[in-house]
Design a binder for this molecule. Structure first.
Ligand SMILES: NC(=O)c1ccc[n+]([C@@H]2O[C@H](COP(=O)([O-])OP(=O)(O)OC[C@H]3O[C@@H](n4cnc5c(N)ncnc54)[C@H](O)[C@@H]3O)[C@@H](O)[C@H]2O)c1
Length: 340
């Protein structure tokens, strides 16, 4: 692979793993991140860092004008699926309109391939493991992701912008954000366990997700620009093993070596099970069996043991109060200002 790679969200969890792999392959990597959810400590050494938002059109134009960007890896987003109902405008501005700034610049500056991390959220409750389930998102986060996917398809047809889409399934691992109470259930349980607090579960905890270690996702994302078979396609990617929230709470506590139990909260609107089909990603990227869940949790718990665990680090304004779970309202009153 050659040419400059722009990784948006590269100070975040998944983006930093993608950026690290590209740097290791000898690429010149520019990370663009506003540090709203990421950290400077996540940045791989030997990458260039631009602090700023994808929503800033002038900045995006400057980055593309000053650098011959060959590949865009667009991972920047605020990925709180459940909360997106209550921050609808912010969700669409940050996750949809900001993405269009990048797509426009990619077309205007002749980018060779645009890689986008969408989400299994595009399926809503329609993900049933069928060969080609129909995307029917049920929250604004999923709607925004699907709209960007569709815009990329239109941009490819109209302007020949080559693209690859990934819909990763509940990724966890080292460098994931533990300071956000609204997303990444493993991160939430990990923080609670390390602080000696019970793990909070909405409903009966029988809802399942396929938790996937970041090492089983980041390499395919980094490599896809040189895999012609991947171009123009959307890949569901992740583990095939469904694990309930009750089980994962238990496993996180085992990994940390501390029993904190669970606290049950009233159930909220969410898909009971999300099962996507990963065969195509496995075939095209020759993926192996993946990191075993207990082993992955052991690794992430070892990484988290040395972290300073502060209050939530968020700068969000709730746009709709109706139906907002009370535990989320409380979390918002305890938030800390941004740092880096
Ligand atoms: N982690 C998962 O399980 C998962 C699953 C499906 C899809 N995804 C997608 O993968 C991508 C990365 O997710 P993650 O889990 O690493 O989250 P993350 O919060 O760790 O990383 C996102 C990064 O984007 C940055 N960012 C957010 N808005 C920005 C903006 N407007 N301009 C510049 N930077 C901005 C944040 O500061 C952060 O560093 C996201 O697009 C997310 O929707 C993640």
């Amino acid at each position: 692979m050659s040419g400059v790679a722009l990784v948006t969200g590269g100070a975040g969890f998944l983006g930093s793993h993608v950026a690290e792999r590209l740097v290791r392959e000898g690429r010149r990597v520019i990370v663009l991140d506003d540090l709203s959810g990421g950290y400077r400590r996540n940045l791989p050494s030997n990458c260039e860092f631009v602090r700023g938002s994808v929503a800033d059109r002038v900045l995006i134009e400057r980055v593309f004008a000053e650098n011959r960007i060959a590949h865009v890896y667009h991972l920047a987003a605020y990925a709180a699926e459940g909360l997106s109902h209550f921050v609808r405008r912010f969700n669409y501005e940050n996750n949809l309109l900001a993405s269009i700034n990048l797509i426009n610049a990619a077309v205007n500056h002749g980018v060779k391939c645009f890689v986008f991390t969408s989400s299994a959220a595009v399926y809503g409750s329609g993900a049933d493991g069928a060969a080609s389930p129909t995307p029917t998102p049920v929250d604004p986060y999923g709607v925004a992701k699907l709209a960007v996917e569709q815009d990329l398809r239109a941009a490819e047809e109209m302007f020949g912008l080559r693209h690859v889409v990934f819909r990763p399934h509940n990724v966890y691992g080292e460098r994931q954000n533990l300071s956000d109470p609204f997303r990444n259930v493993i991160g939430i349980f990990l923080k609670q366990t390390l602080l000696g607090e019970p793990c909070t579960i909405f409903g009966d905890g029988k809802q399942t997700r396929n938790f996937t270690h970041v090492d089983d996702v980041a390499p395919a994302i980094a490599r896809c620009v040189e895999a012609p078979e991947a171009w123009g396609k959307a890949f569901d990617i992740g583990s095939d093993q469904a694990t309930s929230l009750n089980e994962i709470a238990e496993m996180v506590q085992n990994a940390v070596g501390c029993r904190v139990g669970v606290t049950r909260l009233p159930e909220r609107r969410e898909a009971a099970h999300v099962k996507t089909n990963h065969e195509e990603a496995r075939r095209v990227f020759a993926l192996g069996p993946g990191v075993e869940l207990a082993e992955g949790l052991r690794r992430v718990a070892a990484w988290a043991a040395d972290l300073e665990l502060g209050p939530p680090r968020l700068d969000l304004t709730i746009e709709i109060e109706r139906e907002l779970p009370p535990s989320w309202r409380n979390a918002l009153t305890k938030r800390a200002p941004h740092d880096s």
